[in-house]
Each structure stands twice: as C-alpha cells, then as structure tokens.
Design a protein around this ligand. Structure first.
Ligand SMILES: *[C@@H]1O[C@H](CO)[C@@H](O)[C@H](O)[C@H]1NC(C)=O
Ligand SMILES: *[C@@H]1O[C@H](CO)[C@@H](O)[C@H](O)[C@H]1NC(C)=O
Ligand SMILES: *[C@@H]1O[C@H](CO)[C@@H](O)[C@H](O)[C@H]1NC(C)=O
Ligand SMILES: *[C@@H]1O[C@H](CO)[C@@H](O)[C@H](O)[C@H]1NC(C)=O
Ligand SMILES: *[C@@H]1O[C@H](CO)[C@@H](O)[C@H](O)[C@H]1NC(C)=O
Length: 640
C-alpha cells in the first residue's frame, strides 16, 4: 500500500516536471482521399467524440497463434478458440488503460469525462476541438466531399501523442480517417458498393439471349455454352463439384451484403425455376446487423445485382435445404462497413458506444429518421465460411485502421472461421479505376499499382477470377478473366508477407520476374501478395429484376469458392472433425498444390499496363489456381 502510494506520487512529480513529454507523430495521411478538399478551420468550441483504440495484448503474436491452430503440421491443427479465449488473450492490459487515462487527466481532462468501453478496448471522452488540438498537437479542419457535399471534421496532416503513450494506442478517432460511409443512395459506390462490374457498352453485358441458354434438363446444351454463359452446372463441371451434404445441422455459411444492396425474392425463384427447380421458394436465413434490411424501395442492377448473384449461386451450389445465412449489414439511412459486421461477429471487437471509426463505419445507434436505434455487438455467432464481395483500396484507409481490422480477421481464424473476400475487378489497379501517384494520392492518372483491401490482409483468403476461353470447352483449362473485368491481384504496400506464402511468391518472382520498373509496384518480395485462389468470374447468368443478365466479377468467384468450402466442412463435420478455419497455411502447403487447377494463361491489366501474367505455380492474377473439389476434399479429410 505504502509503496504503491509512493510510486504514484513519484510518477506525478515526474510528470509535472516534464512540462511537455517528448511527442511522436502517431498517424498521418500521405494525401487526402479522392474527392475530399480542405474547406476551413473547425470551430474551437465544437465537441468531438474522441475515441482512443487501446493497444491489444499479445497482438504481436497473432500470426504465431493463428498458425498454431491452422497450419496442417501443427499439433493443435483445428483446435479453434472460443470467443471468450480470444477476448481474454487480446484484452488491453491494465498498464495500457492506466497509461492512457493518466495522459488524458494530466492534459486537463477531468476523470469524470473519461469512459472505458464495456469491452475494455476503447477509451472515450467528449472534448472540444480546442482541447483535441492541444492534446494531439494538431489542427482540425472541415473537409468537403466534392461529389456528395458531405462534410467531415478531421486532421489530415496527422496527430501526435507522447512517446511513452504511443505504444499503448492503436488509433484515435476522429482524426485522419475519412468518410467512406456511403449514405444510402446517391453517393458513389467506388469503395464499398463494389458491384459485379458490368460496364455498359462492353461485350457481354445485357439481357441473356434466350437462344443460347438451355434449361436444366438440357444439361448437355448448357455445358456446351459455358464459354459464354456460366450456370451452376458449368461450375459443377469446372470444379468437379458434386456433393450431397450429410451434416447440415452442424454446418454454416454466411454471405455478407451491405444495405442498400438487396436481393429480390422473385429473382431467386426465377433463377431456381431455370437452374434448380427443387429450390423454388427457398430463401436465405436472414440475419440483420445494425438495422440491415432487404430494401425493396429502390430497384436496379446497381442495388440488386450483387445480392442476387451471391445468393443465387451460393444457394444453388450448396444445394437444397442448406442454411445459407445472409448477413445484411447497416440500416437504410446510413449503411455500414466491414467493422460493423465484425462488431456483430465478435463482441470483443466493439465497445460500449461503438468501437468503429466514425468516419469509416456506420455509427449506431443511428439518430437519423428511421435509423437503427441499437448497436449490434457480439450478437451473431459467425458462420464457418463467410464470403464478402465488397472491397476498398488499401490506400483508402490508414495503416492503423487496416491493421486493426486485419487482426480481427486473424481472430475469426482463431475461432475457426474461413473469411473470403473477392480480390477486385480492376486488375493491378484499384477500385474506381484509380491508381497511385508517387505521393500516395489515388488518381485516374496514377501509374502505380493500387492493391485492394482486405485482400492485402494476410489473414483472409483473397479470391480472383478466371474465365472459360471463348470457343473452348468447359473441360479445357480456364484463363484469367480477359473480358469486362480483370482479376484483382498484386502486392500490398503495407502488410508484410506471411510465412505460408513466402516460397510460392519467391518462386514466382524468381522464375517469372515481372518486367515493370520497381517504382510502379511493390517489388520487394517482402509484402503480402494476392489473390490466394481463384474461381470463374465471367458470364454468369443471373436473374436481376426479372431478367437474366450476364454478370462478371470476382464478386461471383468468392461465393462460389465459399460454397465448395462449405461442402468440405460438411464432410469433415460428418466424421466428427472441425471446420477448416483459416485455410491459407493449408492451401499453400506442398501437398495441396495438386488439388488446384493451375491457371497459366492471361493477365490482369490496370494502371496503363498489361498487369501481371498467370504462369505455372502461384501468380498475382489467379493465385494458386481454381479448386478441384474431389482432390481438395480427399486432402482435407485426411487432416486431423
Ligand atoms: C500529389 O501529386 C499530385 C500531382 O502532382 C498533386 O496534384 C497533389 O496535390 C499531390 N498531393 C499531395 C497531398 O501532395
Ligand atoms: C458524449 O456525448 C454524447 C452526446 O451528448 C453522450 O451520449 C455520451 O454519453 C458522451 N460520452 C461521454 C464519454 O461522456
Ligand atoms: C429459362 O427457362 C425458360 C423456360 O424453359 C426458357 O425459355 C429460358 O430460355 C430459360 N432461360 C435461361 C437463361 O436459361
Ligand atoms: C512495400 O511493402 C513493404 C512491406 O509490406 C513496405 O514496408 C514498403 O513500404 C512498401 N513499399 C512501398 C513503396 O510502398
Ligand atoms: C489466353 O488468354 C487470352 C486473353 O488474355 C485469350 O485470348 C487466349 O485465347 C487464351 N489462350 C488460351 C490457350 O487459353
């Protein structure tokens, strides 16, 4: 007791002597995100809900911990963790909490104004702009979004914290993070509302010609046209995917959609009528997150294409009476982003009043008229396989933000969840056809390859796109997609290369060195490369708003792979084994190589270049290749 008091006094004295402890710049932006312009200085009296994300314990060991349960040679393979063990392992330490609290109180913020979130992950205080500027040694400005006329308060140039505090903080908001909330309609879906890309006027987009497609009983005809019209039977033929589920009650698959994206019930039935008659009337298991609704007020390819595609194909491929769960995220006024989904899947990720970045994610409760009055936090038990066909560009987000979210994907992996994301549709370029300028700004004039996120996170599985070459048979080798869209692929500028991928990427760089100058791509060989796997992403026959349309995109590839992995989980669950969880260490292992159809033709153009080339072995266009279901199943069944 006595010594504690003494220690405290000493500390207080030390602090008051050091009038200004040494500071370090904690976060900054290299450039404003696209379309944002600085308007004017924020007013000193305005109040900010300052949130400080506390550093998590053991976060530096997360890759090691994840590999321990995911590497096929580990003794603990498949021994996934409970949510409680995840929460406990990464909970910020008392020292971290105390250090941050002390810093705030020493800066004059009364302890009564400081609140620790229920999860213990965040410290929150309402502060005036003047206080925030003093605390973070920065200047707050109002920024204006040129296209949407949205306003944002932030400090783009960066902010500072004392050196001794920095290691206890992941990020502080609102600061350098910018508004990517796509407020319902109207705002441009460059980042979140990533759709199966269908540039009007390009070949292949438009209503399907009824002449060229067969009905399900004309399966022979259908399989003869897979080079121009992909149907569930084409995919079954391509990947030898025939399976009757045995363990339905234990199994799960989740498809993620962000409001206002919505499926149309009659489109599902139209699709089933032609391609899976026994499923007419089937619907996904609806799970609403943060007020998610399948809205029916707005129709059109732009809001229905993605959900219709994802659900029609995943439901048809997993088959009749399988529980395909739809995670519909975000209310109608506000929408949502990946962090909102993660909040719902893992209560330790969110906090009492929102661990989300107010500038990136939907903030709930939502005060707008008709807004969702709750905040979903740990409300959903994650499905064993989760597929998302939306993405950002890595450069849209700050490094701390992407790091925090990426660590959360690793935690889902620890819990035995397979997380799939589509790799992007603009080849080596970013979403919105943006590439990077040397100063880090994204621009239509950029020449530097612009990787997508979360594909650059090493703890998700990134899915690229292939295509049956025109005039070729469904049994011929596929090529990288070369029509309408190009498979997203390349190298992170942020995340280091994970161990599981090192030898595959090294062989690519050694045997097929890309000829591009090192200043237009991350040629270091030390960064995370993507995609990991690919699947067909061209010419999908999809019922959208009452018509069959031809749809292209890695958006299609991800739910298709998810459906195949769902079947593998089913077979394992049926014999008492665990779900496959985080698959990357397994699929990159030597013994799994032969279970993929290696794609060796095609490229992924972008940023004014031909992009990378698909070559023998792993490549940054099609990854390891497309799945061969029976071979993958056999290999996964012998793993413990
Ligand atoms: C980056 O470079 C472009 C082109 O030279 C310029 O227009 C832009 O203002 C620069 N941005 C920053 C933040 O330096
Ligand atoms: C900050 O202000 C909001 C709105 O007045 C209030 O709901 C919230 O409880 C406050 N937070 C703290 C930590 O005082
Ligand atoms: C769907 O089935 C109808 C009725 O058999 C047929 O006329 C139509 O061509 C089919 N459409 C597609 C895209 O297969
Ligand atoms: C390339 O990637 C590495 C590791 O991810 C990173 O440290 C480096 O800064 C990147 N280079 C550029 C030019 O972004
Ligand atoms: C290889 O891909 C190109 C398009 O990039 C395509 O035109 C060609 O037919 C493909 N060749 C083979 C053998 O798949």
């Amino acid at each position: 007791m006595v010594s504690l008091t003494a220690a405290f006094t000493l500390l207080a004295v030390t602090v008051s002597c050091l009038a200004s402890p040494p500071l370090v710049r904690h976060e900054s932006r290299r450039a404003l995100p696209p379309h944002w312009e600085q308007s004017h200085r924020a007013s000193a009296h305005d109040v900010l809900p300052l949130r400080i994300g506390l550093a998590q314990s053991n976060i530096d060991r997360i890759e090691e911990l994840l590999l321990d349960v995911s590497h096929p040679e580990s003794q603990n393979y498949g021994n996934h963790w409970s949510a409680a063990k995840v929460a406990e392992t990464f909970h910020p330490s008392p020292e971290t909490i105390d250090t941050v609290r002390e810093w705030l109180t020493n800066e004059g913020i009364d302890p009564s104004r400081i609140r620790l979130s229920k999860s213990g992950g965040w410290i929150e205080a309402n502060v005036s702009i003047a206080e925030a500027e003093q605390l973070l040694k920065t200047e707050y400005h109002v920024y204006n979004h040129a296209l949407t006329d949205t306003k944002h308060v932030g400090c783009a140039s960066g902010y500072h914290v004392p050196v001794h505090v920095a290691k206890h903080i992941e990020l502080i908001t609102p600061t350098v993070h910018f508004d990517a909330i796509l407020n319902g309609r109207g705002s441009e879906p460059l980042r979140k509302r990533k759709l199966p890309n269908a540039h009007p006027g390009q070949p292949g987009f438009g209503p399907v010609s009824p002449v060229t497609v067969g009905t399900i009983k004309n399966i022979i005809d259908e399989l003869e046209n897979c080079d121009s019209h992909i149907t569930p039977n084409c995919l079954r033929a391509l990947y030898d995917f025939v399976y009757i589920p045995l363990a339905t009650k234990k199994n799960s698959i989740g498809i993620v959609e962000y409001t206002p994206q919505a499926y149309v019930a009659s489109d599902l039935d139209k699709f089933f009528t032609n391609f899976s008659k026994s499923q007419i009337g089937e619907r996904p298991v609806f799970t609403s997150i943060d007020g998610g609704v399948v809205q029916t007020t707005e129709l059109g390819f732009g809001v229905n294409g993605e959900s219709d595609l994802d659900l029609q194909y995943s439901m048809a491929l997993v088959g009749k009476n399988q529980p395909v769960t739809l995670y519909q995220v975000g209310d109608l006024p506000q929408g949502a982003s990946f962090n909102n989904l993660l909040d719902a899947l893992d209560g330790s990720f969110c906090s009492f009043e929102g661990g989300d970045d107010p500038e990136q994610d939907g903030i709930y409760p939502d005060p707008s008229p008709g807004g969702y009055q709750g905040k979903d936090c740990g409300t959903v038990k994650p499905a064993s396989v989760i597929s998302t066909s939306y993405s950002y560009n890595e450069a849209d987000l700050t490094p701390f933000y992407t790091a925090r979210q990426c660590a959360e994907y690793a935690k889902l992996g620890l819990m035995g969840v397979t997380v799939l994301y589509s790799s992007g549709d603009q080849g080596v370029g970013g979403g919105g056809d943006l590439c990077l300028l040397p100063n880090g700004t994204q621009s239509f004039n950029g020449r530097i390859f612009n990787p997508t996120f979360p594909s650059t996170c090493p703890y998700i599985t990134s899915v690229g796109a292939t295509q049956v070459v025109a005039g070729h048979k469904v049994t011929d080798p596929e090529s990288a997609t070369y029509e309408v869209i190009f498979s997203g692929g390349g190298f992170s500028n942020r995340f280091p290369i994970p161990d599981y991928q090192k030898s595959a990427v090294q062989s690519f760089l050694t045997n097929y060195p890309p000829s591009y100058p090192a200043d237009i791509w991350n040629s270091t060989g030390t960064s995370r490369a993507f995609p990991d796997i690919s699947a067909n992403g061209a010419n999908y026959v999809v019922a959208v708003d009452g018509q069959f349309e031809l749809v292209f995109g890695t958006s299609a590839s991800s739910p298709v792979l998810a459906s195949i992995l769902y079947a593998i989980n089913d077979a394992r669950l049926a014999i008492g084994k665990k779900p496959i969880g985080f698959i990357n260490p397994t699929v990159y292992s030597d013994s799994f190589r032969s279970a993929f159809n290696d794609i060796t033709n095609g490229t992924n153009p972008g940023c004014g270049t031909a992009g990378f080339s698909a070559v023998p072995g792993w490549d940054p266009v099609t990854g390891l290749g497309t799945p061969n279901f029976p071979k993958l199943l056999a290999k996964w069944l012998v793993l413990p």
